[in-house]
Design a binder for this molecule. Structure first.
Ligand code: COA
Length: 236
């Protein structure tokens, strides 16, 4: 189940962090529940691709190419654990990956970490993940991403402001395909339960109606280098 790429020279603190992320994900995600994760810390890989993906990659700089390939590789690995043969995914015009019939999934990458989660649609209605570097948001982005109530909550807690950003990115990935149109950071208000490592997002009236769900709940992990958020919602 551990799908990290093991590099002998990985420093001890990075290995500890990997174990922490694995423990977090294994606590939420089990293949017997029809959901699986896979992660990479090195982005050197060559997963199978569709022609559309290959032609997209021709237009990308090497860094973007590598993160795209790592995301595909993780997703295919997780699908394989759930019994799906490793067949290239494809990509929609709005950037969403195309999942095989009967599956949904989510991909995220940042410097040094790539994560994919896939799930069977008969067991899970919405899933999403996001990984971010554990670094402060640029100041101009903070007022753009956090609502006034969230800025207040942030000022009263030790949580990094980028965690609000990561959770909202997850909310977007979970719901965008369902609602079919773009929505901004003001469309969800996030509250954290720090002790439980959980969050809940209250959706704006428009988004609630469009997504046919009132709120989305999820889990988060803060490590020295990364912020990881996961949303897993079963059918109501
Ligand atoms: C789509 C978006 C969330 C992706 O986030 P990102 O910071 O670029 O990067 P991440 O690494 O976390 O995620 C990228 C992956 O998400 C997936 N993705 C891209 N667009 C997506 C979409 N519309 N829906 C679901 N998944 C999407 C892709 O797999 C992509 O990786 P790939 O192109 O290599 O396959 C972001 O670009 C965006 O548009 N955000 C603004 C909207 C928003 O967050 N609103 C807040 C709502 S509360």
């Amino acid at each position: 189940m551990v799908t990290w790429i093991d590099i002998e020279s990985t420093p001890a603190d990075a290995r500890r962090e990997r174990h922490e992320i694995s423990r977090f994900l294994n606590g939420l995600i089990q293949p017997e529940d029809g959901v699986m994760w896979s992660a990479r810390n090195d982005f050197e890989c060559q997963p199978g691709l569709t022609l559309k993906e290959v032609s997209y990659l021709h237009r990308c700089v090497p860094k973007r190419r590598n993160e795209f390939l790592a995301g595909r590789d993780c997703a295919l690995h997780a699908l394989h654990v759930l019994g799906k043969e490793k067949r290239a995914l494809g990509r929609m015009d709005d950037r969403r990956p195309t999942w095989p019939p009967g599956f949904i999934g989510s991909i995220s990458h940042c410097e040094g970490l790539c994560l994919a989660i896939v799930a069977q649609t008969n067991r899970w209605r919405f899933i999403a993940c996001d990984v971010e570097p554990n670094l402060p948001l640029p100041e101009d982005l903070q007022s753009f991403v956090l609502l006034p109530t969230e800025r207040h909550a942030h000022s009263c807690s030790d949580l990094p402001d980028r965690l609000w950003y990561g959770v909202k990115e997850s909310v977007f990935k979970a719901l965008h395909g369902r609602v079919g149109s773009y929505f901004g950071f003001e469309a969800a208000e996030i509250r954290f339960d720090i002790k439980k490592g959980q969050f809940s997002s209250t959706l704006s009236p428009w988004l609630k109606t469009a997504a046919r769900i009132g709120k989305l709940e999820g889990h988060f992990l803060v490590t020295p280098r990364f912020l990881v958020t996961v949303i897993l919602a079963p059918p109501s």
